[in-house]
Design a binder for this molecule. Structure first.
Ligand SMILES: [Zn+2]
Length: 183
């Protein structure tokens, strides 16, 4: 269960600065941020699946920290009533040259994700790559962004798509965590 501990620890270290009560234990803090999650290790398919708030089932053979954080991203999103993925769907992230990265693409007036800004377009950089039936949704791109924000895994590319994704997370995180912790 070290991977679960490492994933929870990553959430703790990235979120702790936003908690108004600095004496909060790391366990309480992660619990506040992600809610109650029951992890079932009996999944017979590949990877993990989180079908609703509070439950994740995983195949232990495929479980890694990035994947757990992707699933935690879904719980974080759901715990906030889908606000984070709605923010992603309604806005547009571009790089400094104006290239579309993710969000609402003005060319098609619809949500369109890309894999730019990630270090690769499949595991272990993203967990909803093109083989995933829901890959092109704000829910899956948000979960991949949550995982990469937490591990500081975005492409290190000043002015590029990785920086744009990271900045978007940094800009929104205080507001989302204020909804959880209070102002
Ligand atoms: Zn997912």
């Amino acid at each position: 269960m070290n991977k679960l501990y490492d994933a929870a620890q990553a959430v703790n270290s990235r979120s702790a600065g936003f908690a108004p009560d600095r004496s909060m234990s790391s366990q309480d803090l992660v619990h506040a941020v992600l809610g109650d999650i029951t992890l079932d290790l009996g999944f017979g398919g590949r990877g993990c699946q989180s079908s609703h708030l509070g439950t994740t089932t995983c195949n232990p053979a495929d479980m890694d920290v990035g994947l757990l954080l992707h699933e935690f991203g879904h719980h974080f999103d759901w715990g906030l009533g889908g606000g984070p993925s709605a923010d992603l769907a309604e806005g547009e992230i571009t790089d400094t040259a104006g290239n579309h990265v993710t969000g609402k693409d003005p060319d098609i007036e619809d949500f369109q994700r890309t894999f730019s800004g990630y270090r690769c377009s499949s595991v272990p950089c993203v967990y909803a790559g093109k083989k995933h039936p829901q890959w092109n949704t704000p829910y899956e791109d948000f979960a991949d962004m949550y995982s990469n924000w937490t591990t500081r895994g975005f492409a290190d590319d000043i002015g590029g798509a990785g920086s744009a994704r990271n900045i978007w997370m940094e800009v929104h995180m205080p507001g989302w965590l204020a909804e959880i912790f209070g102002p």
